[in-house]
Design a protein around this ligand. Structure first.
Ligand SMILES: Nc1ncnc2c1ncn2[C@@H]1O[C@H](COP(=O)(O)OP(=O)(O)O)[C@@H](O)[C@H]1O
Ligand SMILES: [Mg+2]
Length: 306
């Protein structure tokens, strides 16, 4: 395989030694999240859509997994099932080895659309999830301010969401999700509405936070650059029915740097992913039909999983 200049690209499956060592280490860790033969069938009048067909994978503790695939391949359905916002037709979701059903504070979610509570200031938005966990107000405020410091927005504690840019709102949404101490952070196209420059910054913020705390991340995106830049492993979903086509180990060292996006390993991985997605025969891979959800975090943080 070669890039657009005709330069030969390496095999994307060959991991540099440091990456191979890191992958080996990750694989020794337990699974935090397991998807056990999950299928999802939607039936509407005479239409029957197999959105997900026998999906089987595990995410190791502190791993960052991205899920990519063309529009309609079941990415949002999968993450909604992981979040407990949707039931699987068959199969199970396990958290730390135990089956879960319904939403729980062990899984935090950040959506594409800005979902902060508009009537609460930034600090109260972050406090919300902490207080739901039974922490008193003063302590919740102290913890919220720590989170705001972590995302570099402590000076905006008393601002309201509409006073913030899209990128800042998503940073607060991440802080709000993390403040409830989830085991897993679920992100569905969370940076897709942002401009390219802000998006890159957000990717770096996310990886910085991820390095500092014990969190496992499942990140859905249709943007291949984003998936390669962020992920330890990438799950490629194939549409109709939604199935795992391939699981790729990303051949890039950490910490990630923007310069890596022009490396031969990056380009080789991207060329392979592009080829795969083209072979699925769908015209685009842009998500345009997100299901509207009303303030889902309310359900997420109020329903505790025992
Ligand atoms: N609530 C629903 N009712 C019926 N069909 C649905 C529903 N949600 C999703 N689907 C169908 O399931 C498939 C997967 O959708 P989705 O998970 O949104 O894909 P993606 O996020 O990858 O674009 C699509 O064919 C979609 O039309
Ligand atoms: Mg989607």
């Amino acid at each position: 395989m070669s890039d657009h200049t005709g330069q030969a690209l390496p095999d994307y499956r060959i991991l540099p030694a440091d990456v191979a060592a890191r992958m080996a280490q990750i694989k020794q860790r337990d699974y935090v999240l397991e998807v056990d033969h999950v299928s999802k069938v939607f039936t509407q009048k005479r239409n029957r859509t197999v959105a997900l067909d026998d999906i089987e994978f595990g995410v190791h503790r502190r791993e960052l997994v991205c899920v990519v695939g063309p529009s309609g391949c079941g990415k949002s359905t999968l993450i909604r099932i992981l979040a407990g916002l949707e039931d699987a037709s068959s199969g199970r979701i396990l958290m730390d080895g135990k089956p879960v059903s319904g939403p729980g504070s062990d899984r935090g979610m950040v959506f594409q659309k800005y979902t902060l509570f508009p009537w609460l200031d930034v600090c109260r938005n972050v406090m919300f999830g902490i207080e739901m966990g039974g922490v008193d107000r003063l302590e919740a405020q102290r913890q919220a301010m720590q989170w705001l410091q972590m995302i570099g927005l402590e000076q905006f504690a008393t601002a309201y969401p509409h006073q913030l840019s899209g990128g800042m709102q998503q940073r607060v949404a991440i802080a709000r999700a993390l403040a409830a101490s989830p085991r897993v952070l679920l992100m569905d196209e969370s940076f897709s509405a942002l401009d390219a420059q802000t998006r890159t910054k957000m990717q770096n913020y996310l990886m910085e936070i991820w390095r500092k705390i014990d969190i496992t991340i499942v990140f859905i995106t249709h943007d291949l650059d984003e998936a390669i830049y962020l992920a330890d492993r990438i799950l490629v979903l194939k549409p109709h029915p939604g199935r795992i086509e391939e699981v790729i180990e990303v051949p890039l060292s950490r910490p990630r740097r923007a310069e890596q996006m022009t490396s031969a390993e990056f380009l080789a991985t991207k060329a392979h992913l592009e080829g795969l997605i083209r072979s699925f025969g769908t015209q685009d891979h842009v998500d345009d039909e997100d299901v509207e959800i009303d303030l889902p975090l309310l359900t997420l943080v109020t329903d505790k999983v025992e």
